[in-house]
Design a protein around this ligand. Sequence first.
Ligand SMILES: Nc1nc2c(ncn2[C@@H]2O[C@H](COP(=O)(O)OP(=O)(O)OP(=O)(O)O)[C@@H](O)[C@H]2O)c(=O)[nH]1
Ligand SMILES: [Mg+2]
Length: 582
Amino acid sequence: MVLDKYSHLKDELIKCIDSISTIESIPSGICDELREKIENNVFNLVVLGQFKRGKTSLINALLGAEILPTAIVPLTSIATILKYGGTFNIKVYFNDGRVIEIEPASLIQYVTEKGNPKNEKDVQEVVITYPSPYLKDGVRLIDTPGVGSVYEHNTDIAYQYLPKSDAALFLLSVDQPVSKAELDFLKDVKEYSHRIFFLQNKADYVGPEDLNESIAFSMKIIEECTASEVKIFPLSAKLALEGKLSGMKDLLEKSFLPEFENILNTFLMQEKGDVLLLSVTNNLLRLLSQARLGLELEMKSLVTPLEELKEKIKIFENKKKEVQIEKDDFSLLLDGEIKKITNNVLEEDSKIFRQELFHKVSEGFERSYGECSGMSMKELRDYLEEQVITEVRQAFTNWRSIEDEKLAKTFEAACKRFITRIDDTVDSLLKFSAELFAVPFDIVKAEAIWSTKSSFYYRFKEQPVGIEIVASSMTLLLPKFIGKKIMLKKTKEYLQRVVDLHYAKAGCEFEERLDRSKLTFRWEMFQRIEATMEGISKAIEKGMNQKSKGEQAVEEQKAVLIETEKKMNEVKNKLIQIRQSV
Ligand SMILES: Nc1nc2c(ncn2[C@@H]2O[C@H](COP(=O)(O)OP(=O)(O)OP(=O)(O)O)[C@@H](O)[C@H]2O)c(=O)[nH]1
Ligand SMILES: [Mg+2]
């Protein structure tokens, strides 16, 4: 399997990191960061499609275990995320921020339309950890509720997970021709998802000829709709699970799952795995090359006459002052860049969202107005208020998750440009020192590693959209005796208030997060420059100190340095090997 290779190279890289972190002059923080980057890497696979296509069954089949409940009637109502963990554990996250742990037997009470109709339990999502080899290398499977069923809220939930997906698995089924609802959904999926894999499930219902025909038919419709070439993979989630559970190879072959898994893994590996491995390897090589320079500088100062060294140190101090000025420029530029994100992206998006939301919900009122004829005034008020609250909350939850991802990406792209600049500054400082002290130095370029510390890592998930603050105020808006027409008008005013309030709140939160992320990022970047300057000064100082202790001390230190250099070379060769295998 392709991910096996990834897994192997990943282990090798971690070994290299372990041995690099024992080298004294290498800051352990960077090693930890690179290790974390590899260990926390995830491949998000979102399973999507119309109700009853077999999404949940596919997830069970991939895992080879009947973990999630499946059924003949529309079932999944809540998104479920499956990730690796040493034990089988289920956590339910609620919209109000509560989290509880549940037994597998009660899963059905939370994630299905039957156990949790219209999501009356107010669940946000369910996270399952499971010790499956399939999940081991960071694959995360996300089951979503089927779209297009009578349960409209299910559709909204499915959208939330798209921006975070590395690949979307879009399920169709042989027994149902592609529907209009499916095509509409697909158009939206295309907006957010980078890569969509189509699967024609329930292949076991038909013989090979009919299967080909049904695939050809779906293909034609989808190609017309998306105006691009698509491939549709056959699948029988049912046979795949049976095959895996019973260990019967021929069943598994008949399910077509192995073929698809191969293609999917290759894709994940190329798109994400290779990129990650390469960038970590290059960053380690860069780190080594810098540490090597430190070592050469120390060696040099062991053997250079004191007067000559002092002269050179003076020149180096001047260079440091130049770098300080560059740092100030960098700060100003970063401020400007963040302001641009706030003004051009965040403000624009939220304005549009706010308008659309208001229109959508008030149109909903007009429509549902007819249904309310039998209600008393109190019932009508409660009904409308409830509608405002649920609709606004759902809309904000969706929008925040999408906007969150968008801002994070924009922020990351801006920061990556800065990292490149900072690295250039660091390189020129190192090169300058190498030339000044006449020691060898190779510049190694590495793609910026995006550290989790400064990334937009807040995930609004932990902070649910709070509608409560204004929930009770609709009553206050209403005079004691009113007709239904006025009630509708007042409800719209109420809606406007709720939307405005949340609009302002969400805007502030985003801005604050951007600002905080900026500060962390700036601090990290300055640390990088400081550490480089300090590293150079320290190396020279160390040599000078040792020299003052006499001939024997110098010889002893030389031996230590030669030993360290040998170790560095070994890791370097190993890393070059890894780079070649990727
Ligand atoms: N024959 C056959 N039945 C299947 C296959 N995959 C799923 N099913 C059946 O189709 C029904 C729906 O499967 P689910 O996995 O619950 O479908 P889903 O897409 O998750 O449904 P929702 O969550 O309601 O959207 C169940 O009765 C499954 O047993 C398959 O490959 N072959
Ligand atoms: Mg399902």
